[in-house]
Ligand binder design. Sequence first.
Ligand SMILES: Cc1cc2nc3c(=O)[nH]c(=O)nc-3n(C[C@H](O)[C@H](O)[C@H](O)COP(=O)(O)OP(=O)(O)OC[C@H]3O[C@@H](n4cnc5c(N)ncnc54)[C@H](O)[C@@H]3O)c2cc1C
Ligand code: FES
Length: 346
Amino acid sequence: MRIQVSARNRAFQFDAATGARMLYAGLAAGIHLPYECGTGTCGTCKAKLISGEVEDAWPQAGGRKYLKQAGDVLMCQCIAKSDCTVEVANFVHSMESGACMPSFGRATVTDAHTLTRDVTRFSLRLDSPCDFDAGQFVVVQVPGVPGYRGYSMVNFDRAAHRLDFVVKKKPGGGASEWLFNGNVEGQQVDWFGPLGAATFFPNLGKDILCIAGGSGIAGMLSILSRARQERYFHQFSGDVFFGVRTYADAFYLEELEQLALEFPGKLRIMIVLSDEAVPAAAQTAHPALLFDHGLVHEVAARHMQGKYQNVRAYLAGPPPAVDGAIRMLLLQAKLTADNIRYDKFS
Ligand SMILES: Cc1cc2nc3c(=O)[nH]c(=O)nc-3n(C[C@H](O)[C@H](O)[C@H](O)COP(=O)(O)OP(=O)(O)OC[C@H]3O[C@@H](n4cnc5c(N)ncnc54)[C@H](O)[C@@H]3O)c2cc1C
Ligand code: FES
């Protein structure tokens, strides 16, 4: 199917294979169509269907609440049934040469094991290698569950044959039930990516602030991994605030402590417990980590006071935690929007 997109600045054309979502087909063709979640909740990929016929892959999508006019569609959920023309209110550009181009792939699930009562990790062994930037995510379609789910990479690698993920269980959630209740080892999944703009590049030239809620630590670990490879913290500092409910809900503490030990005085990593006071055992077990009690963005605000001169912030996790952190960084810290990069795990 031939898709024509009329954007504010110019028009683009690309082909969409049978069954492919319009957004993914456009991104795979190197066209930077607007999106945020890639999975039907945020409304950012809104477009107006001018001509042609589309199928809506998920009529109940939460992002449909942002569609105000007849003919509005979510490009991440619509599948062209004929040649189509859509109008997008945004400026749209081609992807820069050298950018990690999204593509479709197949992969096998490996190394799935639980980390806490409701957090598990797993890896995908890719049928063909993939380049991605630190802080990006892919969308994954698992057997028997309709739709794609976004998962941020924990690792960082070029020409990666393997992607690592950490996932918090959503009770009753489609992919959660599949991942937590079945034997997923060796199962085949479809994926598309990499996606996302909450990316870190070593030429950033700024101190880094990471605020993560729960499995939101995934993309931060990828960023820290790249920063470590490039010895970024020899020159710039890093502050990481990792929010969980209780000490028993925290994970990857050994890995985080190792990082803190590698860059003493430059990389500070704080575990923030929202639902209990910090147990004495926590500090004894992890002397190189810091601990505090409260809501993660409020604790970050307290500890970061007066330290925002040259900072890029990365935020990820449940939408209320990310929204709280964005408000704090805009109003209190006076960071510019460009220096606040986030993924809401909606
Ligand atoms: C950019 C991004 C990165 C993310 N990274 C992570 C991560 O690293 N770790 C993590 O734990 N979570 C992450 N999430 C959240 C994750 O994608 C899932 O939303 C969460 O795991 C719950 O999925 P579920 O299938 O269990 O729940 P469900 O409630 O079944 O589904 C949750 C989401 O899946 C999509 N969806 C549901 N049903 C359909 C359908 N019928 N058709 C199409 N789409 C549907 C929607 O986007 C919905 O919000 C991320 C989300 C985003 C947007
Ligand atoms: S990108 Fe389509 S709803 Fe978020």
